[in-house]
Design a protein around this ligand. Structure first.
Ligand SMILES: [Fe+2]
Length: 247
């Protein structure tokens, strides 16, 4: 009896992890091609740790931008092959896939017209906006992507501070069928306080569809672990609204 009680209380005290989420869909784990992992050793250490936190599938999303990170599908997919080989050699049992995090900038239209955008799962595509101001063609970019059958996911809405005074800008995107992906680390105070507040507000309003680690390095990893102690994250996971499991 005592033994049984002990085992029940021990299981209740289990450290929270991401087992229920299964799939992370935002990270920078292909070494040396953006501001994420620098070496293969960095990548392997980060992947190992994410697996230990409960993730079994990682869809990594290197930056594709016109100015700073001029990655192409070819660069990303050959990086994916190398990473997969290294994971197999190290016996790290994680399903690794790759797409991209597209910045909606002046060069995006050309990439869209070329017709070889990297997406994942069921034509899901991850986009981000500039942190200074949204692109003037934002709505038409989104409309055109949706017309091509893409399911558009906006990365970390809680980081676009220029819209904090006009929440209707976010509501408008939701009404246009854009999915929102919260950076889990935002809840752990990884960015300024206002970002954390907006992260919590999006959760309260039921506007978050996916969570992502946005994993770049060990600082993100520490924040990801801290986020597991945040009540809003526990509420979000328990809500059953997250769609990571569909990917
Ligand atoms: Fe990212």
């Amino acid at each position: 009896m005592l033994k049984r009680l002990f085992s029940i209380s021990a299981s209740r005290k289990k450290t929270p992890d991401f087992t229920a989420i299964k799939t992370d869909m935002h990270s920078h784990l292909i070494p040396g091609i953006d501001d994420g992992a620098r070496t293969m050793e960095d990548s392997l250490n980060l992947v190992r740790k994410m697996h230990a936190l409960g993730f079994t599938k990682l869809i990594t999303t290197p930056h594709i931008q016109s100015e700073f990170f001029k990655n192409t599908p070819e660069i990303i997919l050959s990086g994916l092959e190398n990473l997969r080989e290294a994971l197999a050699a190290e016996n790290i049992p994680v399903q690794m896939e790759a797409a991209a995090e597209y910045l909606l900038d002046d060069g995006f239209e050309e990439k869209m017209n070329a017709g070889n955008l990297l997406s994942f799962s069921d034509k899901h595509i991850l986009i981000e906006l500039s942190y200074y101001n949204p692109h003037p063609n934002l709505k038409s970019f989104i409309f055109n992507l949706q017309c091509e059958g893409y399911k558009v996911i906006l990365a970390h809405p809680e980081r676009y501070t220029y819209w904090f005074k006009d929440f209707s800008k976010f509501e408008d995107l939701k009404e246009r069928g854009v999915f929102f992906q919260l950076n889990t680390v935002s809840l752990a105070g990884f960015y300024p306080d206002t970002v954390k507040k907006f992260a919590e507000k999006f959760i309260e309003k039921g506007m978050i569809d996916f969570i992502g680690s946005d994993m770049h390095n060990t600082n993100y990893m520490a924040a990801l672990e801290r986020s597991l102690k945040e009540k809003p994250l526990a509420r979000l996971i328990a809500s059953g609204k997250l769609r990571n499991g569909e990917l």
